[in-house]
Ligand binder design. Structure first.
Ligand SMILES: NC(=O)c1ccc[n+]([C@@H]2O[C@H](COP(=O)([O-])OP(=O)(O)OC[C@H]3O[C@@H](n4cnc5c(N)ncnc54)[C@H](OP(=O)(O)O)[C@@H]3O)[C@@H](O)[C@H]2O)c1
Length: 248
């Protein structure tokens, strides 16, 4: 694993309590960043992770991405505690799968309000802090599903495709202020979600992936670190696919 230095940088990760977000938090803290990360329902996991992080000044905060007031108050508190914000990782997201004809309005609203509107509001609040510093990098976790579509996930696919279009638009708005926005679109990544699959389901999925394996949270965390770092300083408005070749 190649290491990048984030010494002196403050980075916010949404949904850092478990899964991909927790790996991103660990990865950035290991490389010297001061990390703030949010949780929505598992303060126990967030507190446990916080205790294991190397370095000082890390913090965790409640934020419900489906609630604009929760976002506003959390962002104010987090930015005040950090003092400055150099990076943002829009990772938090959820699914409520159902074919469209049977989808409840509440599940449509929850997925769009959390994944799309919530991420937009977090980004807006973060940008205000980054504009003051005249620099910043924002990485948004989308999904291969937003690129290919998937039966039973039309709400989720729409939210993730929307985030890519959003990210490109804002990248154009703030490029002159030295702020970059990029997306990472993971394919199948081993998390609690994929733990629930049977061995046969995992074999079937792997067969469809050109690199013949399910990705790890570390694969995504390394890509996030790259797009946050100065090593990617000429890259903005792009999507990096971390999917084993599943979609090209
Ligand atoms: N795993 C995959 O294969 C895969 C593939 C493509 C894209 N992705 C994307 O990668 C991101 C992380 O996925 P994951 O598999 O690591 O998910 P996960 O294990 O389900 O973790 C989701 C994280 O988001 C937080 N969260 C959930 N609902 C929230 C809400 N309403 N407000 C604020 N935070 C909320 C959770 O906090 P609490 O634990 O406190 O509830 C948790 O930290 C998501 O955006 C997902 O769409 C994942």
């Amino acid at each position: 694993m190649s290491l990048l230095s984030f010494a002196g940088k403050s980075i916010l990760v949404t949904g850092g309590s478990r899964g991909i977000g927790a790996e991103v938090v660990r990865h950035l803290a290991n490389q010297g960043a001061r990390v703030a990360f949010t949780y929505s329902s598992r303060p126990d996991l967030a507190e446990a992770l916080l205790k294991t992080l190397p370095g000082e000044g890390h913090l965790t905060h409640l934020m419900n991405l489906s609630d604009p007031q929760s976002i506003e108050s959390s962002m104010k508190s987090i930015i005040k505690s950090l003092g400055s914000l150099n990076g943002l990782v829009n990772n938090a997201g959820l699914t409520r799968d159902q074919i469209l004809l049977l989808m409840k309005q509440e599940d449509l609203d929850l997925v769009l309000n959390t994944n799309l509107r919530g991420t937009i509001l977090v980004t807006k609040a973060a940008l205000k802090a980054m504009l003051k510093a005249q620099s910043g990098a924002i990485v948004t976790i989308t999904s291969v599903i937003g690129q290919t579509g998937h039966a039973g996930q039309s709400n989720y696919a729409a939210s993730k495709a929307g985030l890519e279009a959003f990210s490109k638009s804002v990248a154009l708005e703030v490029a002159s202020r030295n702020i970059r926005l990029n997306c990472i679109a993971p394919g199948f990544i081993a998390t609690e979600m994929t733990d629930a699959l049977t061995e046969q389901q995992k074999i079937d999925i792997q067969e469809k992936i050109p690199l013949k394996k399910i990705g790890s949270t570390v694969d995504v965390a390394q890509a996030v670190a790259y797009l946050l770092s100065e090593n990617s300083s000429y890259i903005t408005g792009q999507t990096l696919n971390v999917n084993g070749g599943l979609f090209m």
